[in-house]
Design a protein around this ligand. Structure first.
Ligand code: SF4
Length: 349
């Protein structure tokens, strides 16, 4: 195994060139940091992390919506990572400490079971990219109990990539695409980025060899004067993706424009529940009044980190006031967050 990684690194060195490659996946960042991949490859090949952590990307406004419902006596069910993500006036963990009924679940099915065993209203705060959105859709199609609804924070990766490319802020030259998301959407949605903007792309798996091979494949495209979508993760990703999951998404959700944490409104970047399922849409079911939402002023630079233009080490709070035990910002809360990963595995360099 050691010889294999050495050989891939040698091949990378042979065709190395100054390039900025962005990935948008917490699991990729985890692999890169855990295995010191940035230290193995030439310095001129820069790997930057983009908005790859679904919980981190949930903006204050959507946390505030949940906080409002929690404080109105609704039971909130969500993933553990969501509890400490800050809204305008605190987090769901704060609401729980104040007596609100906020519960951790491992999946939407647990939240449905919860609703089956209580008369109270149960709202599932549904964070996640295209990978997890089909499981939410499947529960709605199955007809959950009347006291169950969903507050959708499901987001789509390709519109965020389009936004980042067109903004020019991060100046990326190539993309390593997320394996998990791609199992659902396939490789076709990425094609316009190569065709229109000349960006080489490789869909990659999550072990260190996958990532090293993907870096090599990106560099090889530059060497060969190509810009296309290549699939390193063929053992899990097909060009057309998972059609059944796509049909479920299409049946239950429509796509709308909304802000992400660190981003303004990104066109067509969020899944919202269709009117045919509006009985299960918490935003339709309840009058949610939250007023103006804005991030807490803390010195946190999660926004630039999520856009790939800053690194955790550039934040004055990193490893001091902000750490996994006491996270100040969303990027330190989740194990998929860039700051949390950098805290656990050391600096980028
Ligand atoms: Fe925000 Fe903490 Fe990361 Fe700083 S270290 S950007 S405060 S999450």
């Amino acid at each position: 195994m050691k010889n294999l990684s050495k050989e891939i690194v040698q091949r990378i060195e042979k065709i190395s060139r100054p390039v900025k490659i962005m990935h948008v996946c917490g699991s990729h960042e985890h692999t890169i940091m855990q295995h010191g991949i940035r230290t193995l490859i030439p310095k001129e090949v820069e790997i930057v992390a983009g908005p790859g952590c679904p919980v981190c990307c949930v903006p204050s406004r959507e946390v505030d919506e949940c906080l409002y419902l929690a404080r109105e006596g609704v039971t909130i069910a969500t993933f553990g990572d969501m509890l400490r993500v800050p809204g305008t006036k605190g987090s769901l963990a704060d609401a729980k400490a104040d007596g609100a009924d906020v519960r951790i679940v491992y999946g939407v099915n647990n939240a449905v079971e919860m609703a089956q065993n209580t008369d109270n209203e149960v709202v599932f705060m549904a964070a996640g990219f295209e990978t997890t959105a089909p499981t939410t859709a499947a529960e709605l199609v199955n007809g959950p109990p009347e006291n169950f609804s969903v507050l959708s924070s499901h987001r789509l990766i390709p519109p965020a990539l389009k936004f980042l490319i067109e903004s020019g802020e991060v100046n990326l030259n190539a993309l390593i695409e997320p394996g998990h998301v791609s199992t659902i959407i396939g490789t076709k949605p990425y094609e316009p980025f190569s065709e229109k903007y000349g960006i080489p792309q490789v869909v990659a798996g999550f072990n260190p060899f996958d990532v090293l091979i993907a870096i090599y494949m990106v560099l090889k495209q530059f060497k060969d004067g190509k810009a296309e979508v290549q699939n390193e993760y063929k053992r899990a990703v097909r060009k057309e993706g998972n059609i059944k999951a796509q049909e479920l998404l299409e049946e239950v959700f429509y796509i709308t424009s909304r802000e992400w944490r660190g981003f303004p409104e990104i066109p067509n970047s969020v899944y919202e529940v269709k009117k045919e399922f509006s009985d299960y849409n918490a935003r339709e079911k309840f009058d949610i009044e939250i007023g103006e939402s804005k991030p807490l002023v803390t010195g946190c630079i999660c926004g630039p980190i999520l856009r790939g233009v800053a690194r955790p080490e550039e934040c004055k709070l990193f490893k001091t006031e902000c750490n996994p035990m006491n996270p100040v910002g969303a990027c330190m809360v989740s194990k998929e967050g860039t700051c949390n990963i950098a805290y656990r595995y050391g600096s980028f360099d």
